[in-house]
Design a protein around this ligand. Structure first.
Ligand code: ADE
Length: 214
């Protein structure tokens, strides 16, 4: 899964597609990638679209693992544009409830190791860390610092926490593989525009590499 067409296109290009299906106004590509049966789809941006798509993958296609790829804004200073972040865990930063506290959704340790080792084989700078998700982009330094202080997370994006929750509810292992596209500050939109075409294929390269070892 990815949020944007460009984020999954490389995988579709590398796939032997056996069937193309339209559901939820999305295109689901079924076939094999690196010897594995797979369904590839871009969900659209945000938690609701990602949740709908993820639940559909589980219900209709009985997927037994979910890998979500895409870009993210860096929260911690250790990250640079082009670095890969593999989710150890993920949560929603904009969810508040009087009955439920913040729950981190743990990614599957086996998938995390495979992704980390694949990134190393590709000589990519890769960190295993915490990924925050919200339904609006983080574009201000003070917002970024507040999130960092509250969650001590590495990066922020707009779908992973939802995918983590849906996978946890369905007992399906998942991992998020993100590439840093910006610094989640006032320069984020400009930086994203500048870096996106260069960095967007990198998480897919990690997926293709990790599939060889699965
Ligand atoms: N994805 C990439 N950059 C982002 C940001 N700054 N905030 C939320 N999602 C992002």
């Amino acid at each position: 899964m990815g949020a944007l067409e460009q984020e999954v296109q490389l995988l579709v290009d590398r796939m032997t597609v056996s069937k193309v299906e339209e559901h939820l106004t999305r295109t689901f590509y079924r076939g094999t990638v690196a010897g594995h049966e797979a369904v590839v789809v871009y969900s659209g941006i945000g938690k609701v679209r990602a949740s709908a798509c993820c639940q559909f993958l589980i219900d209709r296609f009985s997927v037994d693992r979910v890998i979500f790829t895409g870009a993210a804004g860096a929260l911690t200073p250790r990250l640079s544009v082009g670095d890969i972040v593999v989710s150890e865990k993920t949560t929603e930063w904009d969810f508040q409830s009087s009955v439920e506290g913040h729950i981190w959704h743990q990614a599957d340790p086996g998938l995390v190791s495979l992704a980390k080792e694949a990134a190393a084989r590709l000589h990519r700078q890769c960190f295993v860390g915490s990924i925050l998700t919200g339904d609006r982009p983080v574009l201000k330094t003070d917002h970024k610092h507040k999130l960092l202080a509250a969650f001590n997370a590495d990066c922020v994006e707009m779908e992973g926490g939802a995918v983590g929750l849906v996978c946890r509810l369905n007992n399906v292992p998942f991992v998020l593989i993100r590439v840093i596209s910006d610094f989640a500050d006032e320069s984020a939109l400009q930086e994203f525009d500048r870096s996106f075409s260069k960095v967007a294929p990198l998480p897919t390269e990690v997926v293709l590499e990790m599939l060889k070892e699965m």
